[in-house]
Design a protein around this ligand. Sequence first.
Ligand code: URA
Length: 211
Amino acid sequence: MASSVIVIEHPLVQHKLTLMRRAETNTATFRSLMTEISMLLAYEVTRDLPLSYEAIKTPMCLMNAPALALDRKLVIVSIMRAGQGLLDGMLQLMPFVRVGHIGLYREPTTLEPVEYYFKVPHDIDECDMLVIDPMVATGNSAVAAVQRLKETNPRSLKLICLLAAPEGIKNFHEQHPEVPIFTAAIDEKLDEHGYILPGLGDAGDRLFGTG
Ligand code: URA
């Protein structure tokens, strides 16, 4: 099966991403843009959610109207800490989802992910999982997170990010070829510290003002 990378080229996404990339964009604006863009990403990523029909009454008459088939379990898993930036907007759009968290930090010398937190809702086998992390740089965190989540036996997995580096995509799809990556852009390359170029800097620092 060919591994898929879906670049969300919608003009609003691209415009907001450019604003986020600008070095002069402050923390408050960066955070709001992240929330806005996360809703637009969620819109694309959830295109295949199943609908069922229910009988409703409009002010005019009865009709069979489409609604999300919520018997299917949808879970968002945020890779902390930067994943939190994508979470708020997605929860506004889909308040019915349950949320898991994986805490991973990049060990600065090896760039390998170290897990410090793992909490997902119980009873999530056979759920559809959206794993969110704004930056897929080396891909090591996403690889480790998805590896760990596969132990919970999900029905499907999707990885959603803002920016992906070619190196990260390759690494991720070598380990998880069947998991599609949704991203707003594929950037040029990584620098020697594992940061994405041209990128937007450290997403966590820019979100939380810790830079
Ligand atoms: N994480 C970030 O926040 N930014 C990068 O460029 C790479 C990893």
